[in-house]
Every structure is written in C-alpha cells, then in structure tokens.
Design a protein around this ligand. Structure first.
Ligand code: BMA
Length: 340
C-alpha cells in the first residue's frame, strides 16, 4: 500500500526499471538504456530532445522537439507502444488556425502535452515578436488547432495543469527576456476559456542553492497527489563554461498552487552521464513530461539531455514525496500567494 496517492488514471504499460541497489542521493534513477532517442532520429531531423509524452489508446503518443537540418526547431508527432521506442511522423505537426488554414509557427520548441477533460493541449515556445508561448488543441492527433497565444512576449516553459482548479485552467510559465535569459521565476495564470488569462501569481523563484541560482522553469505537467501538486522543474546555474540545467522537485498547494508547500533544496538529477554532459549544449537535463501510474506509484520522467537526446529516469511516488519533504527549504516568497 502506498503512503501517498496519485489522483490520476492507472497506466499499467508505462516504461519501468526497478531502483538500483547502489543509488545515492535523491530517489531518481536513470534508465540503463539511455538515451532512448539518439542523434538523427528521423529523416530531416538532426536531434530530438526536450519532448513530452502521454498515454493514448493503450499506447503512448508524444510531441517532440526536432531540430531540422536547417537548424530551426519544430514539433513532430511520435507514437510508441512501450514509451521507449518511438516512430515519428515525417512532417512537422500541421497546425491550423480557427478556419482550418495552415498556421505554422516560424519555430517551435520545448513542447509540453497535457490532457484536460477530453482535449489534448500542446504548449510550446515560439516566435511572437520574440520568444513567447504558443498553444494548440487536438482531440484526435490529426487536426491540431492553434489557440490564442496566452501571454505577451517574452516567456518560456509554459505547462498546463491536468485539470481545472476552481473552475479555471491553470498554467505555469516563466516570463523572461528574448535571449538566453539570465533570470526567471515560475508564475501561474488562470483562464476560464484558454483565451483570456489573468490572476497572475508568483509561484517560486530562483534560490540560493547553487544549482537553481540563476533561473528556474516549469517542466512536466504537475501531478495531482494526496500531498499537493508534484512539480518536476528545471533549475539553472552559471559556470565559467556556461549554464548547467538540473531537475528539481516541489509540491504545490492543491487548491492554491501559487503557494509552495515543499521545495527540495537538493537537485533530483544533475548532469553526470555522457549523454547529459556531452552534446550540442553540454550539461543539460531538461524535464518536459512524467508518465505516472496511480496503481503502482511509478513515475517515469522524460527529459532532454544536452540538447541532443531524450532520456528517461524513474522514481516512486512515496519515495520522491518523502525526499522532497525531508529536504524541503521553503522561503517566504514561495509560501505567499504571490500577489503584489
Ligand atoms: C533553454 C531552452 C531549452 C534548452 C536550454 C539549454 O533556454 O532553450 O530548450 O534546452 O536552454 O540550451
């Protein structure tokens, strides 16, 4: 019997490996066959990374950041029966506008994929007179209808919650500047209709812990648990050789998620394997999705590695929540409702 509960469907066929005996630090362990997506994974695509997956029709479907041969990132659809081996559609996702006309963003990266009620939403970063958030909906993974861009530029790392809270959609995002931004906190916004967004609140900021001292950004869609919303996010530090991206964990209040209940002072995963340390951009672990099975308590985190690969890491709900709670340092700004 689990100590904690995930309030979500069972996903019996999700990828899994048991915890290795010699694991040190946080209870998050890498898949031994990582990376699961290597270089030149599809025709015309040099690298796939920072991508999101979800259960679909007894299998899995995903939206993948694919760097085309011209260096421009776009979003590709992929399907898999085991969550590990993926088949990608040859062409970019053919987004359309409200009239059904082709409406492709100039570039699109770091997609997230979230199901709310009966609709699947893709949220990504794109050009909107600078880096900003793009969004589309689909019910069949055939027609992908663009929605209004939720926020003004500049913004990145947006991810929806998997259900409405107090009648509204909720989205995390990270307002920033247009470049490789040297700052950024996580904010939350509400919308009754996915057109008008407001009630913006600060959720949590960069922190003195060195691994998250420069900026942070939302990662996987928050997982509803008996302790609150479990959030896997990324934290960034700066070194003389550039930024380092690690994975962090926090638990947000279930009814008022702008309040942080627990926030782990230790990273959950930091670059140390070759596929995380070496690549197009070295030292990047960038989470964008987490499959989870409420029956077994298993969680599989999908993360981009070194802007070159997709990798998988596993944890269990009881162990990860206890670890975050035991190593929690929550500062005044995190606990507040985040309104000024
Ligand atoms: C961020 C985003 C991510 C990328 C990371 C490291 O600003 O652009 O897509 O993984 O930088 O290059």
């Amino acid at each position: 019997m689990s100590k904690y509960k995930m309030i979500s469907p069972a996903v019996f066929n999700m990828p899994w490996q048991d915890k290795p005996e010699n694991l040190k630090g946080a209870p998050v362990w890498r898949y031994t066959e990582n990376p699961i997506i290597g270089r030149n994974p599809a025709d015309g695509v040099a690298r796939i990374f920072n991508s999101a997956v979800i259960p679909y029709e007894d299998a899995f479907i995903g939206v993948f950041r694919g760097e085309q041969m011209n260096g421009i990132p776009s979003i590709y659809l992929g399907k898999s029966s085991d969550g590990i081996h993926w088949d990608f559609k040859k062409d970019r996702i053919p987004f359309v506008d409200e009239h059904g006309e082709a409406f492709l963003p100039m570039y699109a990266y770091d997609p997230r994929l979230v199901k709310v009620e009966d609709t699947y939403y893709i949220i990504w970063c794109q050009d909107f007179y600078g880096a900003a958030i793009g969004m589309a909906e689909t019910t069949d993974f055939k027609t992908f209808r663009r929605l209004e861009n939720p926020f003004l530029p500049f913004n990145r790392n947006a991810v929806l919650f998997p259900r409405k809270v107090n009648g509204n959609f909720l989205m995390l995002s990270r307002p920033s500047d247009s470049g490789h931004t040297p700052f950024g906190d996580i904010f939350i916004s509400e919308s009754p209709d996915l057109v008008y967004w407001g009630k913006h609140r600060h959720v949590m900021g960069k922190a003195p812990e060195w691994w998250q001292a420069v900026k942070i950004g939302g990662g996987a869609a928050p997982i509803e648990t008996s302790e609150g919303w479990l959030l896997f996010y990324h934290g960034v530090t700066s070194t003389c050789n550039g930024y380092v991206y690690s994975i962090g964990g926090a638990i947000l209040d279930i009814d008022e998620p702008s309040r942080v209940k627990y926030r782990c002072e230790n990273f959950l995963l930091t670059p140390e394997e070759w596929y995380e340390e070496r690549g197009f951009v070295p030292n990047v672990c960038f989470p964008c999705a987490a499959l989870h099975d409420s029956e077994s308590g298993r969680i599989a985190i999908y993360y981009g590695a070194a802007d070159s690969y997709v990798a998988l890491a596993f944890t269990m709900i009881d162990e990860i929540l206890d670890y975050i709670k035991e190593h929690s340092v929550v500062r005044e700004a995190d606990v507040k409702i985040g309104r000024r």
